[in-house]
Write a protein that binds this ligand. Structure first.
Ligand code: GLN
Length: 308
């Protein structure tokens, strides 16, 4: 397989025009300011080599991509049994912020940790006596994964979402009523919106994708940052639920574990090959980066990345 920055730049140029067919996320006010035509990518191979194209050092917030990271931390802290007593393992065909299945399912537990309800239940399980301690724990984990000490969060985006997260509050209070959420819902929404506002660039994101691709081991330092089992579970969720309600189509067209966020970020993880970080804020109907998807399709075909 041959990859270089020029080839990546060509693919970015080919994918970028479709951005005009999408739109920026509209329900988090601070995210409406992004440049719709942006598209950048970084790929981190397991020998630690990076490739990139576009403005790959521009920072963006993780939004739903953070759900995979929190899940890894919470699974390692609490064990599978406890985590899966609160959240299921099944994909939904519904949008990521849907509330409908919480009521229609007999045991009112969210179907999986990649939808908002499931992610809220997972964030509620982060260990720590106070919200601040939980946040510090999550942040320390993110910094270990990227290998960059200074990753932090975008306060403007976090505040903007916190002030408007009425749907997530509804999910939280619904689950509180049914015993899925243990902590205070306002504290949880505060922590969750900070988590979603974790901010980094494509290169950092590609590095995290590479840790998952490498069965939890840091490809740069050789340290085991996530247990093999937890890395496997996270990648499986990325395949079955990572791209919201277009995960099935994505599995057919690209076929790699990936997780997207409404900021336009996508983290990809090609088992035993590489991690990918993409940023393209123009979104399709389901909330995935429209040019990011096109780019992943081009790259996946070129490099035969599908795991299927
Ligand atoms: N912070 C966003 C929310 O909870 C994340 C959603 C997403 O990226 N799909 O609505």
């Amino acid at each position: 397989m041959y990859i270089d920055n020029q080839l990546l730049a060509n693919m970015v140029d080919e994918a970028r025009p479709i951005s005009s067919e999408g739109r920026l996320v509209d329900y988090i006010p601070a995210l409406k300011k992004e440049n719709k035509d942006n598209l950048a990518v970084s790929v981190c191979f397991l020998n630690g080599e990076f490739f990139y194209a576009g403005d790959y050092l521009e920072k963006f917030t993780l939004q739903s991509i953070s759900k995979v990271i929190t899940l890894a931390l919470v699974l390692m802290d609490n064990g599978e049994e406890e985590v899966f007593s609160k959240v299921g393992m099944e994909p939904t065909g519904d949008p990521f912020n849907s509330i409908v299945k919480l009521e229609t399912n007999r045991v009112s537990k969210p179907l999986n940790p990649m939808i908002n309800a499931g992610a809220l239940a997972v964030t509620d399980m982060i260990k720590g006596a106070t919200n601040e301690e939980k946040w510090e724990r999550l942040l320390a984990f993110v910094n270990v994964l990227t290998g960059e000490e200074e990753v932090t969060y975008n306060k403007e985006v976090a505040d903007s979402e916190f002030n408007t997260a009425f749907l997530n509050r509804s999910l939280g209070y619904f689950m509180k009523q049914h015993g899925i959420i243990k902590g205070d819902v306002e504290h949880l929404i505060y922590l969750y919106t900070k988590q979603c506002a974790l901010e980094m660039n494509c290169q950092d994101l590609a590095k995290i994708g590479a840790v998952f691709a490498n069965d939890g081991m840091d490809p740069v330092t050789g340290r085991q940052l996530i247990t093999r089992d937890v890395a496997r579970i996270c990648k499986t969720f990325m395949v079955t639920c990572g791209m919201y309600n277009s995960s099935g189509e994505f599995a057919i067209k690209v076929g790699i574990p990936a997780k997207s966020g409404v900021s336009g970020g996508i983290m990809g993880s090609v088992p035993r090959k590489c991690g990918i970080g993409i940023f393209g804020p123009s979104l399709d109907e389901t909330g995935n980066s429209i040019a990011g998807l096109r780019l992943l399709e081009l790259m996946g075909n070129e490099y035969k990345w599908s795991i299927f």
